[in-house]
Write a protein that binds this ligand. Structure first.
Ligand code: NAD
Length: 462
């Protein structure tokens, strides 16, 4: 085949893929032009959901899981194409994780006391219609994960997604409603507006029928939600340090840190954003990162050039967020082979490429004179977000000291950060980590309210 024929074939394939994408996104269950109408529709559906048995809710959730798996590749491709961020293969894994490990109705439990004076139950009841604000970094993952948990709790949900990921978010909302309709459930389990804006977000936050708001995103949105006068679940920003001490398996630490940092091009809020290493093992760690883990060490001049591109007038350049290392290096004129997956350098903790939450595979290493100095530096770098921190150490006293000092919702020990999401680690998955408001890794029970139900002097049958 000549080069020209191959080029034509490539173009035809690309056009066909785009056409398929367009046609598959044409369904519009749960999509409204007006936020008030979206909330009204959600309210009607919640009345139906509120009457459903747990088994019926679970049937819909099972079908959402099934369809998420079937459409994982499409959702991953759409997310990358629409936002320009992330890695298709990793996003497929993230969708599979949502489908398999997001808790459903089994998370809704009852506490009971029975005795001489009767029976008392505390049950987890629905809030009703929940408002949810979602990020562009994990758009469909968050829509699907939030809906599974919220529906398991007996709620419906109104999304105001990030405008930069609206097509992908709409695709997920449509999929959820198709899943419900296919098993005899109602439409509008999840709804959204076609054109989300700050105004639609404000309408949602102030609406009398929304009693709980779950915000997943940066500091701005969490502050806005917590100022709304409503109950808010705030899943905000992080800047997770990975601390490595002299007792760690240094070679494995290098592998775990680079694997975690480069997952989906560093988009997850839990991903390693910088390293703090004690002096005695810092060189060995960098050696393994560069020699075995596909890291590219940049010089002082290259750091300055990269800083100028990544942070323009102190603001994060969105064109760099979620890009791979090769692309980022290309932006400053450095050509590297395909096996380069991470950019590394050594610097002070105040270096802008270290102190800022960048969400791209750039790992600055801060050297510490000893463990206590490393902890102090890591605490400073996390900026009080109390979101995520990671450590590589075999010394339980050191691990305990670090855990107490960091005080974060997530702490991964001796593994890549994504182990915290149940990927290569135990436990369930979520893409809404309520660091700021303290619920931690959200699940169905987070989206319920506690209701006490008391029967006096009867129904105790002991
Ligand atoms: P972002 O803050 O730009 O946007 C998140 C959402 O909030 C979007 O829907 C956006 O439209 C909306 N928004 C932003 N400012 C708002 C305001 N003042 N009022 C109302 N709505 C507002 O974040 P992003 O770039 O989409 O995502 C990346 C950020 O989110 C990072 O800081 C990351 O750490 C954080 N994040 C946190 C979690 C978590 O679970 N804690 C998960 C994913 C992302």
């Amino acid at each position: 085949m000549s080069l020209n024929e191959r080029m034509v074939q490539d173009i035809v394939q690309e056009v066909m893929a785009k056409m398929q994408l367009q046609s598959e996104v044409s369904g519009n269950h749960g999509v409204f032009s007006d936020m008030n109408e979206a909330i009204e529709a959600s309210k009607k559906t919640q009345k139906i959901v509120g009457q459903m048995s747990m088994d019926q809710r679970e049937q819909i959730i099972s079908n959402i899981r099934k369809k998420t798996k079937e459409h994982a590749e499409m959702l991953a491709r759409m997310g990358v194409e629409e936002t320009g961020m992330g890695n298709v293969g990793h996003k497929i894994l993230k969708h599979q994780l949502v489908a398999e490990k997001t808790p459903g109705t089994e998370d809704i439990t009852t506490t009971a006391w029975s005795g001489d004076r009767g029976l008392t139950l505390v049950e987890m009841g629905p809030f009703g219609v929940i408002g949810a604000i979602t990020p562009c970094t994990n758009p469909s993952e968050t829509v699907l994960c939030n809906t599974i948990g919220m529906l398991a709790g007996g709620n419906t949900v109104v999304f105001n997604p990030h405008p930069a990921a609206i097509k992908t978010s709409i695709y997920a909302v449509n999929l959820i409603n198709e899943a419900s309709l296919e098993v005899g459930g109602p439409d509008n389990i999840a709804v959204t507006v076609e054109h989300p804006t700050m105004e639609t977000s404000n309408i949602m936050m102030k609406h009398k029928d929304i009693h709980l708001i779950a915000a997943t995103g940066g500091p701005g949105v969490v502050t806005a939600v917590l100022s709304s006068g409503k109950r808010g679940i705030g899943a905000g920003a992080g800047n997770p340090p990975a601390l490595v001490d002299e007792t760690a398996d240094i070679r494995k630490a290098a592998e775990d840190i680079v694997n975690g940092c480069t997952f989906d091009n560093n988009l997850p809020c839990i991903a390693e954003k910088e390293i703090v290493a004690v002096n005695s093992i810092a060189d060995e760690l960098l050696h393994y990162m560069v020699q075995e883990q596909g890291c590219y060490m940049i010089s002082k001049e290259e750091q300055d050039a990269l800083t100028a591109v990544v942070l323009q007038n102190g603001r994060l350049n969105r064109k760099c967020v979620g890009r791979d290392a090769k692309t980022l290096l290309g932006m400053i004129g450095i050509v590297v082979p395909n096996n380069i997956r991470c950019i590394v350098f050594e610097g002070e903790k105040e270096h802008p490429l270290i102190a800022e939450e960048l969400m791209m595979p750039i790992l600055g290493l801060v050297r510490a004179k000893d463990f206590d100095d490393a902890v102090e530096k890591a605490v400073w770098l996390e900026h009080g977000n109390r979101h995520s921190a990671h450590i590589h150490s075999k010394n339980v006293d050191n691990i305990t000291k670090y855990a107490k000092a960091m005080d974060t919702a997530i702490l991964v020990k001796n593994g890549p950060s994504y182990a915290a999401l149940g990927f290569g680690g135990e436990g369930y998955c979520t893409f809404t980590i309520a660091s700021r408001t303290g619920e931690g890794l959200t699940s169905a029970s987070t989206f319920t309210k506690r209701r006490r139900c008391v029967m006096t002097d009867s129904l105790c049958i002991r």
